[in-house]
Design a protein around this ligand. Structure first.
Ligand SMILES: [Zn+2]
Length: 706
């Protein structure tokens, strides 16, 4: 009797809303401090591309979804892996694959549009673990991408690299339903398998993902598939959104102990998912089921339907409470109006077309509803999972495989959500519960993002190792000349680097003068462009003016074979402004890309995106300008490669009074000719060079140098 009373009291306590239990201000303060310090990464959030367009409300204004930029800022997570998800259709033809791939591309492009056009001041795409840390340190939110379902890869494994180039940093071979790459966990329902694990093509895809640095995601494939991937991946894997099977036995998507132990051995991480249906799957009581069946029979309604009417809540479309999860945007002012969306509305109980309940006579329906209400009071539905239930999964996994292999995810906007963590703004509730259970700051920081970043780094390292293998070069297309020129505002240095199959590019492509600027000339160019441009810069003309002037005054002496519409050149002026010209008749796949104080250009490229990756790599790199230029040129090579006979590379860096040994303006002038690996050789030389420490500007110390 006594113990029964105590149990009842305990149950009552746990039934209190979370807020009511937060009575320990010291604990809350500690949780808040840890929460602020941790890099919080949610490894799985679904997206609707239409919410990443100019049409408001959208991801930037805030909307009726579980994740958006205002909610992330409002103490939500710092970084989100947006799910590049396509559903599994049973069409394994080329057109079926193409359709799926188009769905992937639409989502990739939506994320790029959000980060690069809609809100570049607020959110930035991370391509590496270091990017995540760098972007977060700037106070910006971080966008990452993960492919959920490899269906869109089709039968062409080169699509893996294409997805990587879009920014994909994880990939799950399958979703719900077997596909050309792998079996799915859903095979458990009928025990019918297509491959008994990973298909032969899927094994090649695993190798490709390892080669480029994409984490394999085991959240949806079958157990056999997952066990193979964990044993054979050259790098650790993640489960981007999975629970513990032992605590939710009917969820075939959750990981059983054998898989968790294999994950530990593999060095990977399980990102516990705050998805009510995968956190807690207590079946309704036998009494409730019997009562529902009786009611169904009485009113001629299928039992499952009556159950849904009575069940409410849970899963996709569960109502998002107001408060922190509400819409931060004035929907009345929105052109799209009326707070639509809402993740599917959860309207399972509403009568629809062909629904026996809808067809029922209103008086009879009211009678049915009254009986159902009474039944729900007498035999309540099992409560929806809450934060405590969720952290039970974390506890279980930590006890079994250790805190280094456990993290946190939500599956928001894809069905995720539990009581207390229904949108990203409620992330603090998870931290509070972790603190309450005695986890330390270090452990919580690992679980909120540290572990995933570690796995990302290990995957990046394994990819670098794999790419070092010579034979991968054979797959690379031919390329021509590409260069990058830039100004370093911190040191007042101008510089450039170039790589080409053309012998001795160091003599011609780059021209630089301290205090004046730097010019790159290539493709169908008149060799006088470099000196001409420097002369104009000396007169104080801007980069844009110089580009315009030089091109307009080109006499175009050989329009048939050497037309000026094919020229390519770029200028960085004395203030660090950049401008470039790539003519419409420049050699194949020519392009240029500008960033702040940097421009990259090239022609006869494997892909027009080569200059984009050069600028991105330059921006990611740190240290002396020489190393940032190297990073740019190396990225150009990685994005395109060159097998027509790489020959030469060069680098020049100038600065007023910048000479290391002599009092002159040349910090570095390196030229590599006739080399099978000119960029590798260039790096070796740069690493040996006595570079001035970054930030020490002789020019500032010595008036004669200004
Ligand atoms: Zn999923």
């Amino acid at each position: 009797m006594y113990s029964a009373l105590r149990a009842a009291a305990a149950a009552a306590l746990f039934a209190l809303p979370l807020a009511a239990q937060q009575d320990d201000p010291a604990l809350i303060a500690k949780a808040k401090a840890i929460h602020a310090k941790a890099i919080k990464i949610d490894t799985h959030v679904d997206i609707d591309p239409s919410t990443m367009t100019d049409v408001k409300p959208n991801y930037v204004t805030g909307h009726a979804h579980q994740v958006d930029l205002p909610k992330m800022r409002n103490s939500g997570v710092d970084a989100v892996f947006f799910s590049i998800f396509v559903g599994q259709a049973q069409d394994f033809s080329d057109s079926g694959y193409a359709k799926a791939r188009a769905g992937d591309v639409a989502k990739f492009e939506a994320v790029h549009y959000l980060a690069e056009k809609l809100a570049p001041d607020q959110i930035e795409i991370a391509y590496t673990a270091a990017d995540v840390r760098r972007i977060r340190a700037k106070g910006k939110l971080v966008a990452l991408m993960g492919v959920e379902n490899g269906y869109g890869i089709g039968t062409d494994i080169t699509n893996v690299k294409k997805f990587y180039d879009y920014g994909a940093r994880y990939l799950s071979l399958a979703h719900n339903g077997h596909n050309q790459l792998s079996d799915s966990n859903t095979g458990e329902s009928d025990n019918v398998w297509k491959w008994h694990g990973v298909s032969p093509l899927g094994k090649q895809v695993v190798a490709e993902a390892n080669k480029y640095g994409i984490m394999l995601d085991i959240s949806h494939p079958s157990k056999e598939s997952n066990m193979w991937v964990m044993a054979n991946s050259k790098a650790p894997v993640i489960a981007s959104h999975s629970g513990v099977r032992a605590l939710c036995k009917t969820a075939s998507r959750d990981l059983d102990d054998e898989q968790l132990l294999a994950l530990k051995k593999n060095g990977g991480v399980m990102q516990a998912v705050a998805f009510a249906g995968f956190v807690k799957c207590d079946p309704p009581s036998a009494e409730r089921t019997a009562a529902l069946n009786a009611l169904s029979t009485e009113y001629g309604i299928p039992a499952a339907q009556a159950g849904r009417v009575g069940g409410g809540g849970g899963g996709r479309g569960a109502a998002i409470p107001s408060g922190v999860c509400g819409i931060g945007y004035d929907v009345n002012a929105a052109p799209r109006g009326g707070g639509g969306g809402g993740g599917g509305g959860g309207g399972a109980g509403r009568g629809g077309r062909g629904n026996p309940l809808a067809d029922m006579d209103p008086a009879k329906r009211a009678e049915f509803q009254a009986k159902l209400d009474a039944l729900n009071v007498k035999y309540p539905v099992p409560a929806r999972a809450n934060v405590k239930d969720f952290v039970n999964h974390i506890d279980y996994a930590v006890k079994l495989i250790g805190v280094d292999h456990v993290g946190i995810s939500s599956d928001f906007d894809g069905g995720g959500g539990i009581d207390g963590y229904n949108c990203t703004s409620e992330a603090i509730n998870v931290t509070i519960e972790l603190v309450r259970r005695g986890y330390t700051e270090e452990q919580i920081i690992k679980m909120w993002g540290g572990n995933v970043l570690r796995v990302m780094e290990e995957v990046e390292k394994a990819a670098k190792k794999a790419q070092g293998v010579k034979s991968t070069r054979d797959a690379l297309p031919e390329t021509g000349t590409f260069s990058i020129i830039a100004y370093d505002t911190a040191t007042a240095e101008w510089g450039g680097a170039v790589q080409s199959r053309v012998f001795s590019v160091g003599n011609g492509v780059l021209s630089a003068e301290a205090g004046v600027g730097v010019v790159a000339t290539q493709a169908v160019v008149d060799v006088s462009y470099g000196p001409q441009a420097l002369a104009l810069l000396r007169q104080g003309k801007s980069a844009a003016e110089v580009v315009k002037y030089v091109w307009e005054h080109d006499p175009d002496p050989d329009t048939a074979r050497w037309a000026k519409t094919g020229r390519q050149f770029a200028v960085v002026d004395g203030k660090g402004n950049v401008a470039a010209y790539t003519g419409p008749t420049a050699p194949t796949a020519a392009g240029d890309k500008q960033g702040a104080h940097v421009t990259a250009q090239g022609n006869t490229l494997a892909d027009k995106s080569v200059p984009d990756s050069m600028v991105a790599a330059f921006n990611r790199a740190s240290g002396h300008l020489a190393f940032r230029l190297l990073a740019g040129i190396e990225a150009g090579q990685a994005a395109g490669g060159d097998k027509r006979g790489k020959q030469s590379a060069a680098m020049i860096i100038v600065k007023k009074c910048g000479g290391v040994w002599l009092h002159n303006d040349v910090v570095l002038k390196l030229q590599v000719d006739d080399s099978p690996e000119p960029i590798v050789e260039l790096r070796r030389l740069v690493e040996k060079a006595p570079l001035p420490p970054r930030g020490v500007t002789n020019a500032q110390n010595d008036p004669a140098c200004r």
